[in-house]
Design a protein around this ligand. Structure first.
Ligand code: UDX
Length: 442
């Protein structure tokens, strides 16, 4: 099939490459010439394992092209809209790019084409866009994406589920999308056809649930810390209950990234507009618990260093919002690093992938290429993103390099006993600490 993808950011670039991999003829369109140049050369403009190989294969076979000119999409039967929906100051989603992309699509769409929204939008958006699409003789469907950064290629080619929202009385769009995803459906991916509003809700509801799960365990971490319990063991124990499940129960400095924080705020704003604000009041608490994690790690560091950070040298290992990513959007790690610097610490930071993305956003940090350079002479070492290489660090070797043997495990990813055995004071939000010992008198 001939397919166009409008918006070649994170979502669109991966989607375009995946569609070409499924055997379609795909053109990716974006207004940013730098992005298009880079993609056309087969270079992913962001860090995503496996994407470069997919791009290269698609481009080499001629199945995948990129252009800044929407005219290049003329003749495609399916047009995906995959542009960003950034957060506005009031928390609501900004739909400017969606409207601009839809205008560009409708300028070249032929009667009978299917326009498919993939962007994460406030529920009700598709309904509002529908008449413009139908006036052009085309159909509108909504097909949310559930890509996780770092696994985006796998999530595109082996999705947990495929959801299409279609308008009432539209019997064609689902059949067209079945042809688009034929290979995945044959391989067994579950597929659901819903109305437009349900499809829009699936995405934000899933992200709201995941955010709630993380904040739940982080709320337990707040309790655990005071009573001297271990939140990781707690998560393991409750996670054995299949109804709860262990995934997304990792306590630490909380969630960040381009989706979860923005999506829950956008969802709250939308519920208010719809007059059902109280239904999502709990998401404000989810957000608040999450942000308190950052405060807690800063406070823990301050406490560990005797009450002030001024003039202290602090090594920060990890800047990305999660491992296997160079993304620092709303990254808890980067936020903590900046706050430490704002309190007068000299923050020496490193990350296996995110130094160059962090540098322009947080120029006050002192960046280093690797762990050895970052920890040398540090008064405290903070692990803020659980990269595999950080989990495997040798506490004995590092002990010889630092100024003070204090390690703060912001992601509860280190083997506490190993670090303690090597002479480190191990601190972590949600595990037994000196504070909890003092409070309990043990
Ligand atoms: C998320 C959703 O998982 C995905 O389905 C959706 O399409 C986009 O948003 P992503 O933003 O890539 O994906 O990251 P995810 O793996 O969900 O992690 C989000 C944040 O939660 C990260 O900061 C991560 O460190 C944090 N997290 C995750 C925890 O703090 N604890 C956990 O147990 C899991």
């Amino acid at each position: 099939m001939r397919i166009s993808v409008f918006g070649c950011g994170y979502l669109g670039a991966v989607h375009a490459a995946a569609m070409a991999e499924l055997g379609h003829q795909v053109v990716g369109i974006d207004v940013d010439p730098l992005k298009i140049d880079s993609l056309a050369k087969g270079q992913a403009p962001f860090f995503e394992p496996g994407l470069a190989e997919l791009l290269e294969r698609g481009i080499r076979s001629g199945a995948l092209t990129f252009s800044t000119d929407p005219e290049a999409a003329r003749g495609a039967a399916v047009h995906f809209i995959a542009v960003g929906t950034p957060q506005q100051a009031d928390g609501a989603a900004d739909l400017r790019f969606v409207h601009a992309a839809l205008d560009a699509v409708l300028a070249i769409a032929q009667p009978g084409d299917v326009v498919v929204g993939k962007s994460t939008v406030p529920v009700g958006t598709a309904h509002a866009l529908r008449s413009a699409v139908e006036q052009a003789g085309a159909r509108l469907a909504w097909n949310p994406e559930f890509l996780r950064e770092g696994f985006a290629v796998r999530d595109s080619l082996e999705p947990d589920r495929i959801v299409y929202g279609v308008a009432e009385g539209d019997t064609t769009s689902a059949a067209v999308l079945d042809r688009v995803y034929a290979e995945l459906l044959i391989a067994g991916s579950p597929r659901m056809v819903t109305d437009l509003a349900t499809a829009e809700l699936v995405k934000v509801a899933a992200n709201a649930f995941l955010a709630t799960k993380i904040s739940f365990i982080n709320a337990m971490a707040e309790i655990a810390e005071v009573v001297g319990a271990d939140v990781t063991q707690l998560a393991d124990a409750i996670g054995h209950d299949a109804r709860i499940g262990r995934r997304f129960l990792n306590a630490g400095i909380g969630f960040g990234g381009g989706c979860l924080p923005k999506d829950i705020r956008g969802f709250v704003a939308r519920a208010e507009e719809l007059g059902v604000g109280p239904a999502l009041d709990f998401l404000r608490d989810v957000d608040a618990v999450n942000l308190r994690r950052r405060d807690r790690v800063v406070a823990l560091t301050r406490e560990a260093l005797g009450g002030t950070l001024r003039g202290r040298r602090i090594a920060v290992l990890g800047l990305a919002f999660k491992p296997d990513s160079d993304d620092v959007r709303d990254s808890p790690a980067l936020d903590v690093a900046r706050r430490l610097a704002a309190e007068g610490a000299r923050v020496v930071a490193t990350d296996p992938a995110a130094v160059e993305t962090a540098r322009p956003v947080a120029p006050a940090l002192d960046y280093r290429a690797g762990v050895i350079e970052a920890v040398t002479a540090a008064d405290a070492v903070l692990v803020l993103t659980e990269w595999q290489q950080y989990r495997e660090l040798d506490p004995v070797a590092l002990a010889a390099l630092v100024g003070g043997r204090i390690v703060i495990d912001g992601r509860l990813c280190l083997d506490a006993q190993r670090w303690q055995a090597a002479g480190w004071q191990y601190l972590s939000p949600g595990r037994i600490t000196d504070r909890s010992r003092a409070l309990l008198g043990v």
